[in-house]
Write a protein of this length. Structure first.
Length: 118
């Protein structure tokens, strides 16, 4: 006859075998997947904290860079407006030249036609 200690040890061994060999359950795989998910979640939290520190850093974070960009655009606005005005002037000049060349072309074609007819 077996003692209580031997019975408990054999029971522990059988339970361990059941955990490994449970059909269609794969409890160990599920447990490993859950543990991996928890680990990945911890890593994701760490990455999120790192990203927040980068974004909201008061010295060189994204918000500070955006504000500097806005200041630069406001500072350069007069020069930008001057360049736009110059470009509009070039477009007007181009339009006048195109009209002039069109008028000259029509005059030349009209002169040639009148020479051919007479």
């Amino acid at each position: 006859m077996a003692t209580q200690k031997q019975v408990l040890e054999s029971l522990c061994v059988e339970i361990a075998k059941l955990k490994k060999d449970i059909p269609n359950g794969n409890i160990l795989k599920i447990e490993q997947s859950i543990n991996e998910m928890h680990q990945n979640q911890r890593e994701m939290k760490k990455d999120m904290k790192t990203m927040q520190k980068r974004l909201f850093n008061p010295d060189d974070g994204l918000i500070v860079e955006t504000n500097r960009n806005t200041e630069f655009r406001v500072m350069c606005e007069p020069e930008r407006q001057q360049l736009i005005d110059q470009f509009k002037g070039v477009l007007r000049w181009k339009k006048v030249i195109e009209w002039g060349i069109g008028i000259i072309f029509v005059a030349v074609v009209g002169g040639l036609i009148s020479m051919l007819i007479s």
